[in-house]
Design a protein. Structure first.
Length: 556
């Protein structure tokens, strides 16, 4: 059968002119209230065409400029976009790193509007009687709607629930209590569970995707509701993960197999988004990370900004034999694709390990190690048409390991020793030079983090004497810090880190997200202040709907 990736692109027509689909998510322009006669059985081409706004909204949300993947990682302890001296960059990136969140940061408006574009696209189609009567079509739409709500709930918590019911003119949605929203997402997922089959096509949900979403809901429940007294949620998470483990997924032989231009053949990918040159590009990480001269390393001709930089403290956590470092990062003197040195003003391009500061004075163009996790191709491509993975099997194994470590005792005869075996399994493909280092023990996983947390900033400009501001908080007080480190090495730049840092706690009662400092971000040391666990609702969103109220801890 023709893949859904090909079908989506074959039905685009003039939609290819819509700037990466951003303008194509407004369904008000399309008369979808009556699509076909009742009882019509949709073929794959028709379904792909009708569902295009559902799919494209997800592409925009996850990977568009100001997308979810950026927001979830650049506010974390892994990487940032500093103010680049002599180049610039917007003020939005600085408070995102320092956790001085406010309602006029563009990331928050973009995440909200793109995710609700997806919700609205699903609701519009579900309101068509013919589509609603097609069980497969309706199940997929409900699954996608639940996915969008999962992201919104995680980011903002106090969100409107719109089920697509008919409303009077001028109706505006109201926020619902977090418990009601949580229950709705779970109930929707449970009702469509098992309705998809086990086909594996990029852009299409299958049964494993629904089980993965349920597992994510259960894994994060206690952190979302700030109550870790009930470990039954971790047991329910394990139940969902075990279903996926029985479906025949496996780790890809090579870590990089999950981040190539095409990831269709990776046995590890559970759910991913297809990208394609010309019609559905959007993976812009080569552009975000490389400086103009650095494009010559691969010979790609796209724009480049020299924006992103890895936090040195994170880079220093890698084991010297962990292949994931070389799979994800480049640093030091750079050479073009023919092996010749790359020069800028007569000096060889050199990506440095250290970065100066987020904005005081900021960083120079060559400061910071650069991400190469997503395949960078020559010509005009860069990483623009690389497929994007959302859920993969390594996450299944590490989530189960986490749950087994969190529950009191064993579950179904499996305990913490199994957790260590699962982590070891994920590590084994990355330590071919020294296989013994792949082995992880329970003590290592339960122990502290090896991350040297603390403020680490050089406030001097290049022609001045260094002016370091350094504090040392370490990671010994991070509960299950060894596992938290594993999650960083495995999932950097995949949009995981914010959620993980909120879920992992310190011995003083703070989450790592709030209670630790890194680079130029300083700790919040009050365990009772968890307002930064969720982001503020954008001012433009509040201004457009008087029924909405700002999240606690933020100004209206």
């Amino acid at each position: 059968m023709k893949s859904i990736k090909a079908l989506i692109y074959s039905t685009l027509g003039s939609a290819a002119l819509c700037g990466g689909f951003t303008a194509c998510t407004d369904l008000e322009e399309h008369p979808y209230n009556v699509v076909v006669a009742e009882g019509h059985e949709f073929n794959e081409s028709e379904r792909a065409s009708l569902f295009m706004p559902v799919y494209s909204s997800l592409r925009d949300f996850i990977w568009g400029w100001f997308g979810f993947t950026d927001l979830a990682d650049m506010a974390s302890d892994l990487w940032c976009v500093p103010y680049r001296i002599g180049i610039g960059w917007g003020d939005l990136y600085v408070p995102t790193h320092t956790h001085q969140f406010h309602s006029e940061i563009g990331f928050f408006e973009t995440a909200w509007t793109r995710a609700y574009a997806g919700v609205n696209a699903c609701n519009k189609l579900l309101n068509d009687e013919a589509i609603a009567a097609d069980e497969a079509a309706a199940a997929e739409l409900r699954g996608y709607r639940a996915l969008y709500y999962y992201f919104l709930f995680d980011l903002f918590r106090n969100i409107p629930l719109d089920k697509g019911d008919s409303q009077d003119a001028g109706w505006l949605p109201q926020q619902v209590a977090p418990q009601e929203m949580f229950d709705f997402i779970v109930s929707e997922l449970k009702e469509v569970e098992g309705a998809f089959g086990e086909m594996r096509e990029l852009g299409r949900m299958n049964n494993a995707t629904i089980n993965m979403l349920l597992a994510k809901m259960y894994l994060n429940h206690n952190a979302w509701f700030n109550d870790d007294t009930d470990d039954s949620w971790y047991k329910m998470c394990i139940d969902e993960l075990n279903k996926i483990m029985d479906m025949g997924y496996a780790l890809a032989p090579n870590y990089k197999d999950n981040f190539r231009e095409s990831i269709r053949t990776s046995p590890e990918v559970i759910f991913g988004i297809p990208y394609e040159d010309k019609y559905a590009g959007g993976n812009y990480y080569a552009n975000l990370w490389m400086c103009n001269a650095g494009r010559a390393t691969w010979g790609f001709n796209g724009w480049a900004t020299s924006g992103g930089g890895a936090l040195p403290q994170f880079i220093e956590t890698y084991d010297v034999d962990d292949q994931r470092y070389a799979d994800c990062w480049i640093s030091g003197p750079q050479f073009d694709k023919d092996g010749q040195p790359i020069y800028i003003d007569g000096v060889q391009l050199n990506y440095t390990h250290e970065m100066r500061s987020i904005d005081n004075p900021g960083c120079y163009e060559q400061e910071g190690e650069r991400l190469v996790k997503y395949e960078i191709l020559g010509g005009d491509k860069g990483s623009g048409c690389d497929d994007q993975v959302i859920f993969r099997y390594a996450d299944v194994l590490l989530m189960k390991a986490e749950c087994l470590l969190r529950i009191n005792g064993s579950y179904n005869g499996e305990g913490e020793a199994v957790a260590a075996d699962l982590v070891t399994q994920v590590r084994q493909r990355n330590f071919s030079r020294n296989p013994a280092k792949a082995i992880r023990t329970v003590a290592q996983l339960r122990g502290g983090s090896c991350y040297d947390y603390g403020h680490r900033e050089n406030q001097a400009e290049m022609d001045q004497a260094d002016n370091w501001i350094i504090t040392h908080e370490g990671g010994a007080d991070v509960i299950m810090g060894g596992l938290l480190d594993e999650l960083a090495w495995e999932f950097v730049a995949e949009g995981h880190r914010r959620q993980d840092l909120i879920r992992f706690m310190m011995t003083n009662g703070c989450s790592v997200w709030n209670g630790k400092s890194w680079f130029c971000k300083d700790a919040l040391t009050d365990p009772s202040d968890r307002h930064a666990d969720i982001f503020p609702i954008a001012k433009t969103i509040l201004d457009g709907n008087p029924n909405l109220h700002q999240n606690p801890g933020y100004a209206e």
